[in-house]
Design a protein around this ligand. Structure first.
Ligand code: GLY
Length: 420
């Protein structure tokens, strides 16, 4: 070999090698999908067999490991039909379609629910997925009415949709007149969809304004996020920036950060406004670069539990919940968001988000998190945290952890097939 040829081989290796290492080698996506969807089919077949009251939706487990059900007014109602839609999307087996249709239909009354902001979660994950997958036009008026109900909670003075009705903080010391939580970013997708369908911009205009207000008042300088912002509804002034489910007002509740990453990614997809993309990326970087994020990328339920400078206003006992619980639901929804965010990001960030999401779903598909069939109240994932301050749903399955895990897996498959 001539000297020149040797040099060109050398240079080629130097330049091409980083390209191959940019994406983590993650094997055949189908292997993980087959494994998890097999568990889903077994678990959910049993869940369907025993869940005969269509007004009661599976949410988590009781202390003795039985499935715990909630009425259709609960914020989690959309996730069970949504998970069934995802199993149908994967299997194309009609029995899953009819199960998804049945559990979607019994949520119908919620289209008129104006009592909280969660109607986006409830109706878009059920009816929205149903429409996306089947194009059943009967679902459209329900989605339109749901969006109408959601925007009744919008205040032009505040520039946001009110999440909850007037209430007190957990310690009873603060009145929140117009509370808005970061989770509310997840309800905006419904509004974009309905504007597109009806050609009426009112819904998307409200969604954009809500996202701008959230960007301004929920985010800290380092792109971590407050769980709750309370406004003066007559002036729009920010009165409080606090938490409900996090460790302390200034800490980072993991699921809240996940809702933000996911929500701003969705708003970017619908607007192509770069401000929302940058916000989603910076929130994702906060999450992924945090020194307290474990190697396997499944976060503790809050990034700052028991640390100096973070003062809980609840009966925190460091000897309990030791070791600190991880939250599989935060991991699952963040993985799903990161897969989508990777498609809007270039080079370094694309690889960073994709690799982190692959890392998360592989961890969740391992024995620490994936349930053995016949256990875990027939949910798929173990080890989420619902509400640590209330010692509620700790190291428990949560229906929304399942939903976002299945969604993340389907996004992984679509990405690898060039369909996302
Ligand atoms: N949206 C309520 C929660 O994340 O727990």
């Amino acid at each position: 070999m001539t000297m020149n040829k040797k040099l060109s081989y050398f240079l080629a290796i130097i330049f091409i090698t980083p390209f191959f290492f940019c994406f983590k080698s993650d094997g055949n996506p189908n292997t993980l999908l087959e494994k998890v969807f097999d568990v889903a089919k077994t678990q959910y077949s049993k869940m369907l067999e025993k869940s005969t009251d269509l007004s009661q939706y599976p949410r988590t487990t009781t202390a003795n490991g039985e499935t715990k059900y909630v009425p259709i007014s609960d914020w989690t109602g959309g996730f069970w039909p949504g998970s069934l839609w995802y199993v149908y999307e994967y299997t194309k087996d009609e029995q899953w379609r009819s199960a998804a249709e049945k559990w979607t239909a019994s949520l119908e009354k919620n289209q008129f629910n104006t009592s909280h902001h969660d109607i986006g979660f409830m109706m878009f994950d059920s009816y929205g997925n149903g429409y996306r997958i089947t194009k059943n036009e009967a679902y459209l008026p329900v989605l339109v009415q749901s969006a109408k109900s959601l925007i009744t909670r919008y205040s032009p003075t505040v520039g946001a949709i009110q999440s909850w009705n007037k209430r007190k903080s957990n310690d009873g010391k603060t009145d929140w007149e117009f509370p808005v939580i970061i989770d509310n970013m997840m309800n905006l997708e419904l509004l974009f969809f309905v504007s597109r369908y009806t050609k009426d911009p009112i819904y998307k205009d409200i969604a954009i304004k809500h996202a701008e207000t959230t960007m301004k008042n929920h985010l800290r300088a380092d792109y971590s996020s407050f769980h709750l912002v309370n406004y003066d509804k007559s002036t729009g002034e920010v009165l409080h920036q606090q938490t409900v489910q996090g460790f302390s007002d200034n800490s980072q509740w993991s699921r809240g950060q996940g809702w933000g990453i996911y929500g701003f990614t969705t708003v970017y997809r619908n607007t192509k406004d770069k401000r929302f993309l940058v916000t989603a990326q910076k929130m994702a970087n906060f999450f992924l670069d945090h020194k307290n994020l474990p190697e396997d990328k499944v976060p503790f339920w809050d990034f700052n539990v028991g640390q100096a400078g973070y003062h809980p206003k609840w009966a925190f006992d460091p000897s309990k919940n030791n070791p600190v619980s991880r939250d599989a639901s935060a991991a699952a929804l963040t993985a799903s968001a990161l897969f989508e965010l990777s498609t809007f990001s270039s080079k370094r960030l694309k690889a960073k988000y994709y690799n982190a999401a692959v890392n998360i779903i592989n961890t969740l598909g391992g024995e620490e998190y994936l349930a053995k069939p016949g256990t875990n109240g027939n949910f798929i994932l173990k080890n989420s945290v619902g509400h640590m301050q209330k010692n509620s749903e700790v190291n428990a399955p949560l229906v929304y952890a399942d939903y976002y895990f299945l969604e993340a897996l389907l996004r992984y498959k679509k990405l690898n097939a060039g369909e996302l």
